[in-house]
Design a protein around this ligand. Structure first.
Ligand code: DAH
Length: 355
């Protein structure tokens, strides 16, 4: 009996896998197994001998059966551990760049502009893209017969029949957000308003939908000098250059007086643009001192407050900074273009970390 126990407990302990263990089980307890045969022999024994042998044999059978069950559980645990080790997946591995989406240059540049002006104390303001004609034109001192209304190639919304109110428009610039910001928060004020604008125009440098960012600073004693400094700081930070040369060229906008268009000194070498040097000038934005009538329309008293405003094309400065030749490609959703010009999701622009 002891020999049998040693033999099978040893075989069970050294079974390397479940198949090996099953062989041991069949050899011991299977129909023709050694222990099973012994139990069958019990029937042929004289009663006294049977009484002596049977309990020990039953005990041995139970002991071997439970040793097999325990070994089986241990082998299954080990198999599971092994499988978990083999199928281990490192979820901290970075995504494969080829499969990652990219941040559109317009989104990236909008974020860059926002970062720079945030550091100068500007909040971001928003307004509706479907704008009423008062905010888009009248409040900005653009009277109904003013030629600027034609120049803007405005998209008008359809009106219900019999509705004689002025139609809504797709805003033609971000300037109406100036009015909304003044109405909402009064003076003093420092906001930028990036967003979509719409004009019926389409060629290599015009798209019916494009992006502008408006700037507005109102306080008691703001002057053109503050405008000039602010724009210089912005251009230097945005194009990551140490110095810029700006040219303020007298211009006219109905909503500013005086008005200036701003050009930046640049050179073109083999088709690449360099800012801050050279003999060329590149127009990049419109600006001026906010017209008293515009302050009034925004509910701000022009005898107490004054300020500057500017508006520039986000798409245009994105093209300049990143050397993108055709505006229309921005909006064609061509995957190759997006992979080439797009930014990684983790390339978040910050002044400290770089734009
Ligand atoms: N709204 C003008 C445009 O779309 C741009 C502009 C010019 C905005 C001068 C301003 C400004 O705030 O002062 O062409």
């Amino acid at each position: 009996m002891d020999d049998l126990r040693d033999k099978y407990l040893g075989a069970i302990a050294s079974a390397a896998d479940e198949a090996g263990l099953e062989e041991v089980r069949l050899a011991a307890l299977g129909k023709k197994g050694e222990i099973a045969l012994r139990m069958r022999e019990l029937g042929t024994m004289p009663p006294e001998q049977r009484m002596a042998v049977a309990p020990a044999l039953n005990g041995l059978r139970d002991e071997v059966a439970s040793a097999i069950a325990a070994r089986k559980a241990a082998l299954q645990d080990a198999a599971l551990d092994e499988r978990l080790r083999a199928e281990w997946l490192d979820v901290t591995l970075p995504a494969r760049p080829r499969r990652a989406g990219t941040i559109h240059p317009i989104s990236q540049v909008t974020e860059e502009v926002t970062q720079i002006f945030a550091a100068l104390g500007y909040a971001v303001a928003e307004g509706p893209q479907v704008e009423d004609d008062w905010h888009n034109f009248d409040a900005l001192n653009i009277a109904p017969e003013h030629p600027a209304r034609q120049e803007h190639d405005t998209f008008y919304m359809a009106r219900a029949e019999g509705d004689n109110r002025p139609p809504h428009v797709l805003r033609t610039h971000t300037s109406p957000v100036q009015i909304r910001a003044m109405q909402a928060q009064g003076a003093p004020i420092r906001v930028i308003a990036p967003g979509r604008v719409f004009r019926a125009d389409y060629d290599q440098t015009h798209s019916p939908m494009f992006h502008q960012v408006e700037g507005l600073a109102i306080d008691r004693d703001i002057t053109m000098a503050n405008l000039k400094w602010t724009l210089e700081e912005f251009i230097k930070a945005f194009f990551e250059v140490d110095r810029v040369d700006l040219r303020f060229r007298a211009s006219h906008f109905p909503f500013t007086e005086p008005s200036a268009e701003v050009d930046v000194r640049c050179s073109w070498q083999n088709g690449t643009l360099k800012l801050g040097e050279g003999d060329s000038w590149l127009e990049i934005l419109g600006s001026g001192m906010v017209h008293p009538k515009v302050l009034q329309a925004g509910g701000i008293d022009p005898t107490e407050w004054q300020g500057f405003a500017f508006g520039m094309g986000i798409d245009r400065i994105a093209m300049l900074k990143y050397g993108i030749p055709d505006l229309r490609a921005f909006f064609e959703s061509d995957l190759r273009w997006l992979r080439h010009y797009g930014f990684g999701a983790l390339d978040v622009p910050t002044l400290a970390g770089g734009l």
